[in-house]
Design a protein around this ligand. Sequence first.
Ligand code: GAL
Length: 335
Amino acid sequence: DFGKMPDGTEVQAVTLRNDRGVMVRVITYGARVQEVVTPDRNGHGADIALGFASLQGYLGRSDPYFGATVGRFANRIARGRFTLDGHTYQLPINDGPNSLHGGTMGFDRRVWTLLTVKQGPSFASVRLRYVSPDGDQGYPGALTATATYTLDDHDRLHIDYRATTTAPTIVNLSNHTYWNLSGEGSGSVTHERLMIPAAEFTPVDATLIPTGAFSPVAGTPFDFRQPKAIGRDIRDGRSQQLLFGRGYDINWVISRHAVAVPRLVARVVDPRSGRVLELASNQPGLHFYSGNFLDGSLVGPAGHTYRQGGGFALEPQVFPDTPNQPAFGSAILRP
Ligand code: GAL
């Protein structure tokens, strides 16, 4: 029991554990990762995912998508408009002039249905479903989405998203967990070392909409091909792109198209705790956001405030604004 929505709907929490001391808690509100406990190099556990102690925190308007499943369309759509099969659709504008993370009432703010909880010999899993009606937030087609979280004995957390639709629509589902490998609320992540195996990124305008270009990372603060501390180049005032995002808030091109089998898209090493996070995905893009808008006004489960850079999000997805960018491929899902 994780509390009740204002209309009385119950929100549930499911705890997945393995016998190596890893624990992941998922809540049905937004199909969110609420807590991830892993041991450090000395075996001491800490929660490395930012979040709130109770449902109340998540319900606040200033929740920055902590742990959330974002959809129908993760990231931005310019002016909230796109055209599909000759029809133009208008989505809610909730980020400057643009639509962000599915609109004002995205998948992150819905109570998902708990479908199954399984405990196998070497894994534990939970599957959730949300049915988004035709026209929900302006998107066409009724979309049935499932999110499955599986924790295995190799300390891997698998996140599997599936969706079907009754009419042509666009979809881009991602997970928005903010990580701090030293522990949530422990301070800044700028000392953590990040590697992203991408030679290009998609530059943006002042409203964080891609210009449509592909830019080489070489010689820019966006070059993470060799591991480097997140904070090493984050204050480089010569980079207009860093100024637009107030830090890192941009999409890397892992490949131009999605691939069949997930491959490594990021690796983060925390020298302090010894924790390592490896992220694999089959998606073409990786959005890296360095927690720039955290401003000390939110308090995590251990009672510490989250300030700028107090966590980072790595969001595998199609490139931002794909529906309006001919060079970016397609985000269309047909019945
Ligand atoms: C990120 C987005 C940021 C910010 C954040 C939530 O995914 O790229 O610009 O909106 O979510 O605060």
